[in-house]
Write a protein that binds this ligand. Structure first.
Ligand code: IMP
Length: 209
């Protein structure tokens, strides 16, 4: 039988305030009190895994050990079939760190162009199938864990289109649609995203909802 989270404190293993807000809002109806690893001053472990599952577990386990509280972490990225699943766990790394008007960020246009360049090297008929993955991992302080994997299939579009969303949204056309994630209002994207898929699975098993 799967271990269940109660309505106690749940550490969200992220130092990203945006992610904490989004995850806390998704879990709000089910009771857990969310606090971020950043707010607790927990160290950020190196993401040395080679799969989304490994990296999500590394982050969740590090937070559970350091806080002695149940902890939730996520790992996500874009995989392109013709590129053997790349960039995959290195999705963020393919975008170089930059400064934008004094703020640290990443150059997503450069990263999207890198993927496109590799696809074009496969010729004009390159298979553009790709998918976003999101893995949510829960770890308890005694070492038990649970993993939920969400996915959304699509095709890699070029040139990038749309101004909403973030990361690789402007090149991702979800299956059955002809617009990119960056052309969809956020509620519509959220309802079909890899993150929503993973959360649906987590909520069903952990909270029976
Ligand atoms: P991480 O899960 O924070 O390590 O981020 C992985 C990277 O994957 C992000 O920085 C984004 O570039 C990309 N990514 C993950 N989810 C999405 C999405 O919903 N839209 C666009 N890009 C995404």
């Amino acid at each position: 039988m799967t271990r269940r989270l109660g309505d106690g404190t749940l550490v969200i293993a992220t130092h990203n305030a945006g992610k904490l807000k989004e995850i806390a809002a998704l879990l709000a109806p089910y009771g857990p009190q969310c606090v971020s690893a950043g707010a607790l001053g927990l160290p950020e472990p190196a993401e040395t895994g080679t799969t989304f599952v490994e990296n999500a577990l590394i982050k969740a386990r590090a937070a559970a050990e350091a806080s002695q509280l149940p902890s939730l972490a996520d790992d996500s990225g874009l995989s392109v079939a013709a590129l053997g699943g790349r960039p995959g766990v290195y999705t963020a790394d393919w975008a170089e760190r930059q400064w934008f008007e004094g703020e640290p960020g990443r150059d997503w246009y450069m990263a999207m162009g890198k993927v496109e360049g590799l696809l074009q090297a496969h010729g004009p008929d390159a298979d553009r199938a790709c998918w976003f993955s999101c893995v949510l991992a829960i770890a308890w302080p005694d070492g038990e864990s649970a993993v939920y994997e969400g996915r959304v299939e699509g095709t890699y579009a070029w040139p990038p289109r749309g101004t909403m969303g973030f990361g690789y949204d402007p090149v991702f056309v979800p299956a059955g649609r002809d617009v990119t994630f960056a052309e969809l209002p956020s509620e519509e994207k959220q309802s079909m995203s890899h993150r929503a898929d993973a959360f649906r699975k987590l909520v069903a098993e952990q909270f029976g909802a």
